[in-house]
Design a protein around this ligand. Structure first.
Ligand code: PFF
Length: 454
């Protein structure tokens, strides 16, 4: 069966941006920025995305579009009888494991969206002082995630929504979803930026976020910025190999990678321009934004103290849900494409084979804050174990494998052929991109990797 393709340029960009722009940009980025010195982190993050992120993205695109195959098939295509397909296998296992917990978190955002729409999230707060409001949201969050039934139901709802979209296939499922969701995402971001920037004392937050203070740069911050760049561009997850296999041969990969990287940066900057002015304006800049606190405690507290709380809260959780959904879809597509290409399964069968065990595994993750919290693997709850092993070990290993394969092992001309569409378009940067993929990226990935263990 012929490989599916995205129907339009806009569609393929919307889908790839949809994958890149996820909870990493909206949730992880502000917390990392706050913990790593504000503007200095932003600057390093931008440099990492441009200097390293784009070349590694192009390495994944070259593998996917060059082979027109799934993440395992891409390695087999270029080195048929060598064990390199194992890197591809890890690039399929990793997103599958990420799916198990990302669906749970996406389920939380859906619950908060529903509760914002029906007003329950802000009921019963009148008369409370600011400390009590914060305490009320903190208690609500920990009670919600540790009660068993509701988080499991929302996780299952999310799995069903994802499976429904993915049954539609590349054009009628993924592309159509992205074409609708991405404009919604940018409109909400723009509205919230305007609102936040017009709060009193917003300029102090803007200064913290944008005014560069080079004295704050340390090696640790560089490493964190690099990790954030990789995560936010969806590198090392098999997603970009899988999606680029759906790109037509005429797609300009260089241009696509630059657009995706810039859009992802733009979203992160807009998110910073929403969060930092708001927390400065409400005097919450000393509160930690780590983990779930920013999204489920600090921001609801801010919304509660603003007029039209329900409206801002609904807009924000819609934003979060849209970002999470388009990322979930992309990550679940990786194993689905592999089953279709490797085992010649129909799409509906592949969706069933991926999602039925996922229901069970995600349920375990959802319960790991509640009745399964005492079950641990290597001293961590199931949720935390999967999060740590994928982010800290599997993602860097896959990225390293991709760089070594494209830079040293695969066909020497692979990158050049893909960047120039087999010599039909010009590429001024293929030399420098090859150099980054061969030397700079593997070296830096090894440093990030070791940094977690030393
Ligand atoms: N770039 C995505 C993000 O920033 O959230 C990374 C991602 C994570 C994609 C998890 C998909 C996913 F399921």
């Amino acid at each position: 069966m012929a490989k599916s393709e995205f129907a339009s340029k806009i569609g393929l960009i919307a889908a790839t941006v949809g994958s890149a722009v996820g909870l990493g940009n909206i949730w992880r980025f502000p917390a990392e920025t706050q913990a790593n010195g504000g503007s200095a982190f932003l600057l390093l993050y931008i440099i990492c995305v441009l200097v390293l992120g784009i070349p590694v993205m192009l390495a994944e695109f070259s593998l996917g579009r060059g082979s027109k195959s799934d993440a395992i098939g891409a390695f087999l295509h270029f080195k048929p009888h060598k064990p390199w397909w194992l890197v591809g296998a890890l690039a399929v296992l990793t997103p599958y494991l990420i799916c198990c917990y990302y669906m749970v978190v996406a389920g939380w955002t859906l619950e908060y969206l529903v509760e914002s729409v029906d007003g329950n999230l802000y009921a019963g707060l009148s008369g409370l002082d600011t400390d009590d409001i914060r305490a009320a949201f903190a208690t609500r969050m920990s009670e919600y995630i540790s009660t068993d039934v509701r988080p499991v139901l929302y996780t299952i709802a999310l799995l069903v929504i994802n499976a429904g979209i993915l049954l539609g296939g590349v054009q009628k499922g993924i592309e159509r979803l992205s074409n609708v969701m991405m404009p919604i995402l940018f409109v909400i971001l723009a509205i919230m930026c305007v609102v936040s920037l017009s709060l009193p004392d917003a300029s102090e937050g803007v200064r913290f976020f944008l005014y560069p203070d080079f004295t704050k740069i340390t090696p640790g911050i560089v490493i964190n910025a690099l990790g954030q760049a990789f995560f936010s561009l969806s590198l090392g997850m098999g997603i970009l190999i899988t999606y680029s296999a759906y790109y037509p041969r005429s797609t300009n990969l260089m241009r696509t990678s630059v657009i995706v990287a810039l859009m992802s940066l733009l979203v992160a900057i807009m998110v910073g321009l929403i969060i930092f002015p708001a927390i400065k304006s409400f005097g919450l800049d000393n509160e930690s934004l780590e983990g779930a606190t920013l999204v489920f405690v600090t921001l609801p507290e801010i919304f509660a103290r603003m007029p039209l709380s329900g409206l801002w809260s609904t807009l924000f959780f819609t934003l979060l849900f849209v970002a999470a959904l388009t990322s979930c879809v992309s990550i679940a597509e990786v194993p689905i494409a592999t089953l279709q290409d490797r085992l010649h399964m129909s799409r509906s069968k592949a969706v069933a084979v991926v999602f039925i065990p996922l229901m069970f595994l995600s349920t375990l993750c959802a319960l790991s804050f509640g009745s399964l919290s005492n079950i641990t693997i290597c001293g961590q709850t199931i949720f935390n174990f999967l999060d740590n092993i994928t982010t800290n070990i599997f993602l860097p290993v896959v990225s390293l494998g991709v760089c070594i394969f494209v830079g040293w092992v695969g066909p020497r001309t692979l990158l050049r052929d893909e960047l120039t569409n087999n010599g039909t378009i010009r590429s001024h940067f293929s030399f420098i991109i090859t150099w980054v993929i061969r030397y700079l990226a593997p070296g830096l990935i090894v440093i990030i990797f070791l940094n977690h263990f030393l």
